[in-house]
Design a protein around this ligand. Structure first.
Ligand code: SF4
Length: 384
C-alpha cells in the first residue's frame, strides 16, 4: 500500500475547513457547509493569498472556494469511463503506448470542477495499492513507452515515496517517457523550490536515459506568480520538458482575453499549452462547464491573440472512446477528429455533426451526419 501522507512545506499550511478561511463570512460558511459535506474542501494559505476577496468573481476564488452550484444534480463521477480501462486499482491502460498510475489520492488543493472527484470520494478503491503488480504489468507490456504518474497529485507524495515509484520504471527498457501530471506548481510552488531531493530525483530520470515530462495545470494567469515561475524554472533545469493542460471553466478562463493571457504567459516561461480540455460533465460541475461550441469559439479567439509558440494547444474532449479534438465550426456543423483513440479503427476518424449549442459532451449530439475513418484516406485515390 502506498501511503499518501501529504507533503507539507514550511511556507504553506493546509486548510481543509471553511471556518479557517476568515475572509468568508459566517453566513457564507454556513451556506457552503452542505457543499463541503458532499465534496471536500482543500486549499492552503499560499493559494488563498492569491484571491482578491473584494472581487466576488475572482478566478482563484471560483476555482478553490466551494459553490452552492455544486449541489445541482448533474453529471456523473466517471464521465470518461476510466473504469473500463482500469487493469487493477490505480493502473489504467487506454491508449496502446501510454499507461496511467494513480499514485496519490490527495492534491495541493481541490479544484471545484475536478474531473476525478471520485478519487477523493472513494479514496482507497481508486488509487494504486499494489505497486509491484503494476510494475509487473508494465514490464510485460512492451507497447507501453509512456507512463503517466497522476492521481490526485504525485507531488503530494514524499520524495522518497515518489522515488520508490520512479526508480523501477527507469529499469524497464521499453519505457522511454515518464510524465508527472501535477498542479503543485500552481497550488504550492514551495514544494518544488524547497526540496532539493525532488529536483535531484527529477534530474535522475534524464541521467537514466529516459525523458521526464512535467505536465502542469495552470488555469489562469494569476496563478503564474513569482514563486510559481521559479518552480517552473527549476523543473526546466532538471531536463524535464514542460507543458500545460487546462479545461475551459466558466468564470475562470472562459473569455478569450483571460485564456490568451494564460497561453502567452505560459509561453514566456517555456511552458507550451498542450491540451485545452472540454470540462468533463462530472457530478457537481454544471456551474463550471461551458458548452462545446461556445468554448471552441473562446479558444479560437484566444489563439488569435497569441504567438505561434503560445497557441500549440489542441482543444479536446477526454471521451470514453478517446481524445477527440474539436477542430471547426460552420453555421450548421461542428467538426471533430480523434486525436487519440482507444480502438485502432477510430484513430484519426473525422466526424461531422449538426450543431447543438447546448452540447457539453459528444454524447449530447445526434448521430454524425458524416464520418470518415482514417483508412478511407489511405484507400482514397484523391489523397496522394
Ligand atoms: S489538480 Fe487535478 S486531480 Fe487535483 S483537484 Fe485539481 S483537477 Fe482534480
Amino acid at each position: 500500500m502506498i501511503n499518501t501522507a501529504a507533503m507539507t512545506t514550511k511556507k504553506t499550511k493546509f486548510i481543509t475547513k471553511l471556518k479557517n478561511v476568515p475572509e468568508l463570512t459566517a453566513d457564507e460558511q454556513s451556506i457552503l457547509a452542505d457543499v463541503t459535506d458532499k465534496f471536500e474542501f482543500r486549499a492552503n494559505d499560499y493559494y488563498l493569498s492569491l484571491i482578491d476577496w473584494t472581487d466576488l468573481n475572482d478566478p482563484i476564488r471560483k476555482l478553490i472556494i466551494p459553490n452552492p452550484c455544486e449541489l445541482d444534480d448533474w453529471g456523473s463521477l466517471d464521465p470518461s469511463g476510466e473504469k473500463n480501462y482500469t487493469i487493477m486499482p490505480g493502473l489504467e491502460h487506454k491508449y496502446q503506448s501510454t499507461a496511467l498510475l494513480l499514485v496519490s489520492n490527495v492534491c495541493g488543493g481541490i479544484c471545484r470542477y475536478c474531473f476525478r472527484k471520485r478519487v477523493f470520494i472513494h479514496k482507497q478503491d481508486e488509487m494504486l495499492s499494489n505497486l509491484e503488480a503494476a510494475i509487473d504489468y508494465l514490464r510485460h507490456h512492451p507497447e507501453i513507452s509512456n507512463v503517466l504518474l497522476t492521481g490526485g497529485d504525485p507531488l503530494m507524495l514524499s520524495t522518497n515515496k515518489l522515488q520508490n515509484i520512479i526508480e523501477p520504471l527507469l529499469h524497464i527498457d521499453h519505457i522511454k517517457i515518464i510524465r508527472l501530471g501535477t498542479k503543485i506548481p500552481a497550488f504550492n510552488p514551495y514544494r518544488i523550490i524547497e526540496d532539493h531531493k525532488l529536483i535531484e530525483l527529477m534530474s535522475s530520470v534524464g541521467s537514466a536515459g529516459k525523458q521526464l515530462y512535467t505536465i502542469v495545470h495552470f488555469n489562469h494567469a494569476n496563478e503564474l506568480t513569482d514563486p510559481a515561475c521559479q518552480a517552473l524554472r527549476l523543473i526546466h533545469k532538471t531536463g524535464s520538458v514542460l507543458a500545460n493542460q487546462s479545461p475551459i471553466i466558466r468564470g475562470i478562463n472562459d473569455n478569450p482575453q483571460n485564456l490568451a493571457d494564460l497561453f502567452n504567459k505560459l509561453s514566456f516561461f517555456g511552458v507550451p499549452p498542450y491540451y485545452v480540455f472540454q470540462c468533463r460533465p462530472v457530478l457537481g460541475n454544471k456551474g463550471y462547464v461551458v458548452p462545446i461550441e461556445e468554448a471552441y469559439q473562446t479558444f479560437e479567439q484566444a489563439k488569435a491573440q497569441c504567438s505561434g509558440l503560445a497557441k500549440r494547444a489542441r482543444y479536446a474532449m477526454s471521451h470514453e472512446t478517446g481524445k477527440i479534438e474539436i477542430v471547426g465550426l460552420t453555421q450548421k456543423h461542428v467538426y471533430f477528429k480523434y486525436h487519440r483513440a482507444a480502438l485502432d479503427a477510430d484513430n484519426g476518424k473525422f466526424m461531422v455533426f449538426n450543431r447543438n449549442p447546448d452540447a457539453y459532451w459528444l454524447d449530447d449530439y445526434d448521430q454524425p451526419i458524416e464520418q470518415f475513418p482514417l483508412e478511407n484516406f489511405q484507400n482514397s485515390e484523391a489523397v496522394l
